[in-house]
Design a protein around this ligand. Sequence first.
Ligand SMILES: *Cc1c(COP(=O)(O)O)cnc(C)c1O
Length: 393
Amino acid sequence: MPDPRSPSTSWRTRLVQPEVHAPAGFRSLAMPVYRGSTTLFDSAADTEDTWRTAQRPYRYGLYGTPTAMELAARMRELEGAAHTFLTPGGQAALALVDLALLGAGDHVLLPENVYAPGLDVARRTLQRLGIEAEVYDPLAGAEVARQFKPNTRLVWCESPGSITMEVQDVRAIAQAAHAHGALVAVDNTYAAGVLFDAFAHGADVACQALTKYVGGHSDLLLGSVSLRDDSLYERIGDTHQLLGMGVSPDDCSLALRGLQTLPLRLDALGRSTLAVARWLAQRPEVKQVLHPALPSCPGHEHWLRDFTGSASVFSIVLPPHHGREQIVRFIDALQLFHIGYSWGGVTSLAMPCFELPRRFRPLEGTVVRLNIGLEAVDDLLADLEQGLRELQR
Ligand SMILES: *Cc1c(COP(=O)(O)O)cnc(C)c1O
């Protein structure tokens, strides 16, 4: 019988037959990165291909390694969910919810300020599958019911919405949707799952791009789909498996580290961002500041009622007489604000939003989205001041 550790076994065989076990007596505060596509069974009698990790963990790497399952458990706890599934990014979380909960002949509603690739998946992928997608006024509240059809199965909320930051009356929308027999999914990325309690306000499903605040350092891509109760567990879980939505344990371990400093980062980012937003609100060059904690932000009253804080991303509206070149000059002049997509990390970012399809809430002027990082506020204000001088030139 070949013993993999015996010197009489070929060195080739010994190299590929490692003895892998957690070292006895070693304890650390860090969750190890457990990698594994194949995960091993003790006996052929134990083999069973199921994604239901709560009942039968470690069937296959795609359904969860210990590192990924630890992150899913922390997210479930944090959001007060019954179940949390991890996805390769926030966009994958949105697509998973759509594909799991909708079928041919269904109708889905999304706020017009929804994260644009989320609208694209509805308009392009879902449309092709015979699912009709329509946008609604993010500030419609209970009036969203006017757009309900007999086949409306799902209503998305994102609050505050992307770029124009309208804060929604999620409770009123959820009540209307439930009265109609439709499900409610909330993209809760802005709130990091903590500044707004999606389930307490009626969500059936809460999604997040963990890429943003949970990761917190602009170096990973992950998403989450959390469920209020057991009712959607089979549908989401089954689709999650069939679409092959595995996540990297390395990214999960970074996200677990991010969670440890999430409260401190959110506090500091929230404070700095509000200081910058208030400063910008006083500047004559700025037409409007779209920050949920300021009265100039549409839906501010919902933020006051429903949120426990504000985060690091907001927008400013620059007056329409500035051409594209001036806006570009302003952003390019900034030294501390870098130019790039995504947000929620420790570094300040600025992005122009030249094309903004807004039918219900049209805007006059050009929107520039800012993400405030952990730099000293005075340095950021000095940078913005010299940038605004360039804008006026
Ligand atoms: C960034 C973002 C996403 C997508 O997240 P990725 O991890 O980049 O795929 C989804 N929703 C909102 C609101 C976002 O800001």
